[in-house]
Design a protein around this ligand. Sequence first.
Ligand SMILES: [Zn+2]
Length: 510
Amino acid sequence: MQDMCIIPRPSETTLKEGFFQGRSLPPVTGDVRFSNETAIFRAQMNDAFERADNMRMRSESAAQSIVCAHGTGFADEGYGLIITEREARIEASGPKGCYRGLQTLRQLLAASLADSEGREFRIPCAEIRDEPRFPWRGFMLDCSRTFFSAAFVKKQIDLISMYGMNTFHWHLTDDQGWRLPVKGWPKLTEIGAWRTDYHVSAEPDHIVGGFYTEEEIREVVAYAAARHIEVIPEIDLPGHASAILAAHPELGCTGGPYAVEDRYGIFPDVLCAGTDKIFDFAAAVFDALGDLFPSRFVHIGGDEVRFERWKECPRCSLRMKEFGLGKPEELQAWITMRLANMLHERGKTAIGWDEVLHETEKLGLPENLIVMSWTGTEGGFEAARRGHRVVMTPMTDGCYLNFKPLDSQEEPGRLDITTVKQSYAFDPAPPVMTAEQAALVEGGQCNFWSEGIDSGRIAEYLVYPRLCAVAESLWTRPERKNFESFKGRLRAHRKMLDLLNVCHYRGPLE
Ligand SMILES: [Zn+2]
């Protein structure tokens, strides 16, 4: 039996006789391009759930309707979708599940409309029952190396919501640019958001960069919330700090001068562990984040810290003595502890890249810290062994979408190669984990690092369809996954992505 063209593949699908078909669409679609104009529908849907009654939207001809209804026995984001000749009925226990079901319907309608060039829709009657495998299904976008507009960010948020994701990890700071306004610290955006770029122009004063206004950030967060997506900000500390140091040289060990980096790599200048000013800075940043982001989490980075400045810095040496630390590497564990506590006081939980596990024998890891495993899977395994919650995003297992999709000089992307098939094979909680460890895996995500990608079009080309493959790895249980089936369904999604004006890779998948 042919699969319905749904990604991620639902838990159960049963095809029935007949078709839900017509020309005029119920208002859920907004327009035939499905370009997100469903806000009114969503507001009504949320209201209907609050009033605990059903909501019915009829097509112009009143021949078809879409119904959202309360159902029982559904998981938090689970839903049922019953498609008959007269109606498409979504059942869920709340708006979240209803929204996920609506995205499935949106895919079916969009694929069908794409087939007929927007003239009509025709979906086979079916019964679908569905729920996600993991509670954390995310995508990270690096907006530091390349500054992407708020409009582009929103477009990606809508797309990931169509693929059942619920987390957007916003990488807002790095060596190459600081993108967050912080009250009382205007130099962060005046100086830290801009850099020279010799790749674009031979003129030495060619400047690139930008930052988001508070208004834009609130708009992005609200846009995501309407799609049941949590936006998690990341402030990368204490390494990847060139943009911070350029704005505030007093936060470094040597005092500078520093510059926002126009190259890519790992740099020796990091925040000075010996000055308390870095915690005044962190406090102001965390307060700004608390004001702008309702998320339960703040990602504090912690990756790729180099220690040579700390080795030579008299203030850092004093700090080591003060806390009885034997080597500069342990200062990172100390900073992680301080930052996690500051967040805890603000009602937030810290997330760190897997290097936060290093050199923690003496000081331990902050309680509740969530470890994001990127260098491979081992960091995630270790964190789970130590009783910490884990988000898996290993670059070794198809989660790094900035890698080339194919081994070819003509392909964009850098550092390595990850095929669509490798992204599809990603398992956030592989069978080598014990059941107890696997229970600590919140889920996973794919990451897009934007070094050397100064165009949103090329970013999309690299992200899709590998993001679709990771989305299925996060939602669908292993026994329901099948790469041949995925390849078949992808054909419809390519047309759908075209319809949505999304650039996407079309080359070999393995
Ligand atoms: Zn220092």
